[in-house]
Write a protein that binds this ligand. Structure first.
Ligand code: HEC
Ligand code: HEC
Length: 408
């Protein structure tokens, strides 16, 4: 071999190795994201109904929707907190202000962390709430309404629930005691009262009647829920993220985001649950997060999905949350007990690192054991991640924030 050729091979090897290695890592991540169902945001857009969405905005922001007339959907789904409320637990009826201010006010406190609304009601998004109590995966909407579901659109059914939840949009007082029956007929009476108020409010009723092509007297809670659903679908539609631009437009990620992405889809197993176009398999899994607050079942306990199915397999299981804009929706987990993303990720793989069991009551300790036993059947069990790897994964999560849309 001539020395010039030798030199060229040496140069080729020297330069090709780092470039080729990097390209391969990028290729692997692009392939993994696609295989796990990442889609351009627009492909998941539902049909938009602008007229209905415009009245839906008025309804979403109207305090007439709470019996106490002091809470609207907006009270807990705020732009500044990525469409959630920035608090560990939702603060409803009687509350004043937003964020920490609201915590100091005499608000009804819910047992769960407010969910964000991004992508809700988009194509294929058909399981709602932490415990999936509205679920349309079978093609039929399963919910507390049983056979009397008010609609075959799961988001419309979901928009029937906040207004009939105690502490959320119904205050606790003697006057509301009769509502505690919590059956479908009682809920219907609350919905009827709200519809009466809206019909008597021309600023909302008139454009609403026009949007639905009905007379004002014909408007019921069904159109209220449909308007709100149209608003949610349009306002909180998915947008492309940095990851989309990387996968579909060949743009770059930082080294750390790339490393985090490879872990997310690879050894860290995140995508065994956070998969599909919404980063959720819409299934129910147990992650041993520290429980915060009184809990859905009381005494600091939340049995999650089990409350609806009574299947022991569903104990402590919650719907995998989607991850769009997750950097903006702290605190995290069903009871909002996780303050930042690093600890949230760590809780998935090393829950005991953060719990001093000697400081817990016997009851709480037993709960932790049960939860960990249930978690041991999950794919995140026995994954080991060091601090640097967790930081890389958190950097990758920030690539799931929506990017500003280009001017059209
Ligand atoms: C008091 C605070 C509060 C108010 C008021 C409120 N929400 Fe929520 N929202 C929450 C909380 C907390 C959750 C999670 C509850 C759960 O899953 O158990 C949630 C969940 C949701 C979800 C489910 C999202 C998903 O991923 O499944 C939708 C949809 C929703 N809210 C819409 C509304 C609408 C519409 C209104 C007004 C009619 C409203 N919310 C009023 C706190 C609130
Ligand atoms: C076995 C399924 C599963 C695996 C694997 C998994 N998650 Fe989760 N993740 C969940 C469930 C379920 C929740 C909510 C549990 C709860 O609140 O009790 C959750 C919650 C989260 C949250 C909080 C979201 C919010 O809005 O509160 C983040 C962030 C998150 N996961 C990221 C990750 C990352 C990163 C990985 C990989 C290291 C991972 N998850 C692996 C199922 C999983």
């Amino acid at each position: 071999m001539k020395s010039a050729t030798k030199l060229m091979i040496a140069i080729a090897l020297f330069t090709a190795v780092p470039v080729a290695a990097e390209t391969m890592r990028e290729a692997v991540l692009r392939k993994a994201a696609l295989e796990n169902g990442l889609r351009p945001a627009e492909e998941l857009w539902p049909v938009f109904e602008p007229e209905k969405a415009a009245v839906g905005k008025l309804l979403f922001e109207s305090e007439l929707l709470s019996l106490t007339r002091n809470v609207s959907c907006r009270s807990c789904h705020l732009d500044e907190f990525g469409s959630a409320d920035g608090l560990p637990l939702g603060h409803g009826a009687g509350g004043v202000g937003a964020g920490i201010e609201r915590m100091k006010s005499p608000a009804g406190v819910l047992s769960r962390n407010a969910l964000a609304l991004w992508g809700r009601g988009g194509v294929g998004y058909d399981v709602f709430f932490w415990d999936g109590r509205v679920d349309a995966r079978s093609g039929e909407v399963l919910s507390q309404f049983g056979a009397m579901a008010p609609s075959d659109d799961p988001l419309v059914v979901a928009a029937h629930l906040p207004t009939v939840e105690f502490r959320e949009m119904i205050g606790e007082s003697d006057k509301t005691e009769w509502l505690r029956q919590g059956d479908v007929a009682t809920a219907a009476k609350v919905h009827e009262e709200i519809a009466n108020r809206i019909r008597a409010t021309p600023e909302i009723a008139a454009p609403m009647a026009a949007a639905f092509n009905l007379n004002i007297e014909e408007l019921t809670y069904l159109q209220i829920a449909q308007g709100i659903a149209a608003f949610i679908r349009s306002e909180f539609r998915l947008r492309d993220t940095k990851l989309h631009h990387f996968v579909f437009d060949g743009e770059e990620l930082t080294e750390q985001e790339l490393a985090g992405g490879l872990l997310f889809y690879g050894r860290a197993q995140c995508a065994s649950c956070h998969t599909g176009p919404y980063f959720s398999d819409f299934e129910f899994h147990a992650i041993p997060f520290a429980q915060f607050g009184f809990g859905f079942n009381g005494f600091g306990i939340d049995y999650g999905r089990y409350n609806f199915t009574q299947d022991p397999q569903d104990l402590y299981a919650f719907r995998t949350p989607p991850l769009y804009n997750v950097t903006k929706t702290a605190p995290y987990s069903h009871s909002g007990g996780e303050m930042d993303l690093v600890e949230t990720v760590r809780a998935h793989v090393d829950p005991l690192a953060r719990i001093d069991t000697s400081k817990l009551s016997v009851l709480d300790r037993t709960e932790v054991y049960h939860k960990i036993a249930r978690w041991s059947q999950e794919s995140s069990y026995a994954v080991e991640l060091n601090d640097r790897e967790i930081a890389d994964i958190v950097a990758f999560l920030s690539a799931l924030d929506f990017e500003p849309e280009p001017e059209r």
